[in-house]
Design a protein around this ligand. Structure first.
Ligand SMILES: [Zn+2]
Length: 255
């Protein structure tokens, strides 16, 4: 069934996307880190902002909420309970009734402990947890937690469209090619996405199917990646958490 609403990216800061969902003049925004670019877009499109979904407490995801609340006094703000401005706290398993969709809340701790993802109509809005060809840094949780969260997302239907909050794809692909150099999908993605970025177009959304086949953080036990990790660490990997943890640490240092 086709989605009952459309989704457009609104660029914010250097490389954030605020995802703008709309139908019949009503809008829902995901992760408005700043208000101004979103507000301009709402005015230009003649939209009324009805609700906001927040994935986690970092300012580049929720910093625009207070100002948006001044423009839209009835605004409902769904998100982790501890985030300033949240009017409707959300948690694992909740179903959020939006005016044109129902969003299922998935708790994905790791990048932060409060991180949530929102699944609706074959789409996933996943903030800084799963990126195109990469994953978020593990700031507050443990690598085991982050891996468990990614595996939770990996079990969604493969045709799910993935909407991360950052345009990190090209740098993620450079790292992915270092970790999994023989994967033909990565070379294909790199040439396609370079051409998109040259035209200033987003590389997102991606699909879960493509990520399962080429995102190294969803594939850290594949032989080629294990070989690369073993060579880098100078020891065999003991298990998936160990492999994931080493892969994430490698990416942190990768330039
Ligand atoms: Zn973040």
């Amino acid at each position: 069934m086709p989605a009952m609403f459309t989704v457009a990216p609104v660029e914010a800061f250097n490389d954030n996307y605020i995802w703008l969902l709309q139908r019949d003049g009503v809008a829902v925004a995901v992760d408005p880190g700043e208000a101004a670019p979103l507000q301009r877009e709402l005015v230009a499109r003649g939209l009324r902002l009805d609700a906001v979904l927040i994935t986690h407490h970092h300012a580049d995801h929720c910093g625009g909420v207070a100002e948006l609340g001044r423009h839209w006094p009835d605004l409902r703000v769904h998100g982790p309970a501890g985030v300033a401005g949240v009017t409707h706290p959300a948690a694992e398993g909740d179903d959020i009734e939006l005016s044109f969709a129902r969003a299922r809340v998935i708790a994905v701790p790791g990048h932060t402990l409060d991180h949530l993802a929102y699944q609706m109509d074959g789409m996933l809005f996943c903030g800084d947890t799963l990126f195109a060809a990469g994953c978020g840094r593990v700031f507050e949780g443990t690598p085991a937690q982050m891996l468990a969260s990614l595996k939770k997302l990996a079990r969604l239907p493969p045709e799910t469209k993935i909407f991360p909050a950052h345009e990190y794809t090209l740098s993620n692909l450079r790292f992915a090619l270092a970790a999994d150099p023989a994967n033909p999908l990565l070379a294909m993605r790199q040439s396609r996405d370079q051409s998109l970025r040259e035209r200033n177009l987003p590389t997102l959304p991606t699909t879960l199917q493509l990520e399962l086949a080429s995102n190294p953080f969803l594939r850290c036990l594949t032989p080629d990646i294990l070989r690369a990790l073993t060579a880098r660490e100078g020891r065999p990997m003991t298990d998936e958490t160990d492999a994931f943890s080493c892969l994430r640490a490698w990416k942190n240092d990768f330039r």
